[in-house]
Design a protein around this ligand. Structure first.
Ligand SMILES: *Cc1c(COP(=O)(O)O)cnc(C)c1O
Length: 365
């Protein structure tokens, strides 16, 4: 029909998000089994057994709409975070909170500032509203250039994303630099602090985002159940904002955006402290192992506060690893063709990756 004449120009120009290749697809292509995926920063140890049991129990109720207010989860989480229940906004993944922010704040002529390379959903939600992305390159050590970001704010800026720790680099910014940055911002912009990997952070001086949510109107911290809680397939995340910003996001949200199974799984997962601790410990050991072993092979990696790490493994590493049944994330779309992003796996998965990388280096792959 020639729909392109009536489709909005900013949608025509949208470059779709490139997800990591699913294991099933690679196994079909190679005609083998036992492939491993270290590409989407999913939980290495999987979901909490308590969350799985809660999903099983809830399955008989799926003919009912979910609780649109997520009452039980809201009460529990607000208690854990020491915020008011009305400060929480739930979404089908933190991705939906990003989209709600764009929907509420951005239109043609408006600007959103974020670092680059950073999370690939930022350009999509910004352009999705016909607004303009202002990308501020990372510094030489691949961290946020906070002073350049502050300097990029204009009277057209409505929204700033800070991805901390940053995806795809794993690097983070500390409290001192972050606090100075926030203090320099005008009060006319919304600050979104994307903390999808918060629970994995190891640096002791990590910024207190919830402190800023309390002290600076127009601030939101984003968290998710997809990463350390291992519930990526159920789609649930949330934002913690000041009451006013939260109320606007609530207005823009669909009434049943979070499904029933995700709500009960998140609630049970929140209470499974032992599982979260195990995920954290497994990740810490995996990060240290991978950085040490890759260093021995001669592959440079970057410090990480997340459950993945950036490695300068050379061009076409991701493609070659695919042939070995190992999926990692190529960073060609970020203009970093020599780099890959590796999600930390279980010890045996990490070992398999290291062996394959070593053989690749030796030229025997
Ligand atoms: C994974 C991720 C998210 C959100 O994931 P959801 O599955 O939508 O909750 C948000 N930001 C960053 C930086 C991420 O890596």
């Amino acid at each position: 029909m020639g729909l392109e004449k009536i489709i909005k120009p900013h949608i025509l120009e949208l470059e779709p998000y490139q997800p990591g290749k699913p294991i099933e697809e690679l196994e079909r292509e190679l005609g083998i089994e036992g492939c491993i995926k270290l590409a989407s920063n999913e939980s290495a140890i999987g979901p909490s057994p308590k969350a799985m049991a809660a999903v099983r129990d809830a399955i008989e109720g799926v003919h009912r709409y979910p609780d649109g207010a997520s009452f039980a989860l809201r009460e529990r989480l607000s208690g854990q975070l020491d915020v008011e229940p009305a400060q929480l906004v739930f979404g089908a993944g933190a991705d939906e909170i990003l989209e709600l922010l764009a929907k509420v704040l951005l239109g043609p002529g408006d600007e959103a500032v974020y670092a680059w390379p950073s999370f690939a959903m930022y350009p999509i939600v910004v352009q999705g509203m016909g607004a303009t992305s202002i990308r501020v390159p990372l510094t030489g050590d691949l961290t946020h250039d906070l002073s350049a970001m502050a300097a990029a704010v204009t009277e057209r800026t409505r929204l700033i994303f800070i991805c901390n720790p940053n995806n795809p680099t794993g690097t983070s910014v500390g409290a001192e630099a972050f606090d100075r940055f926030v203090e320099s911002l005008p009060d006319t912009v919304v600050l979104a602090i994307d903390e999808a990997y918060f629970e994995f952070v190891r640096r002791p001086d990590f910024p207190d985002s919830l402190g800023w949510v309390r002290d600076r109107p127009g601030t939101i911290a984003l968290r998710t159940f997809s990463k350390i809680f291992g519930l990526a397939g159920l789609r649930i995340g949330f934002g913690v904002a000041d009451l006013e910003l939260a109320s606007y996001l609530q207005r823009a949200r669909h009434p049943f955006n979070v499904n029933r199974l995700a709500e009960v799984a998140a609630l049970a997962g929140l209470e499974d402290f032992e599982h979260v601790e195990r995920a954290r410990a497994t990740n810490s050991e995996g990060v240290d192992y991978l950085r040490r072993e890759l260093d021995v092979i001669g592959i440079e990696t970057w410090p990480t506060d997340a459950n993945f790490l950036l490695a300068n493994a050379g061009a076409e590493t991701a493609e070659r690893l695919l042939r070995e049944g190992i999926i990692v994330r190529p960073l060609n779309s970020f203009g970093m063709p020599d780099y890959v992003r590796i999600s930390v796996g279980l010890p045996e998965e990490n070992e398999r990756l290291v062996k394959a990388l070593r053989r690749l280096r030796e030229g025997s792959l």
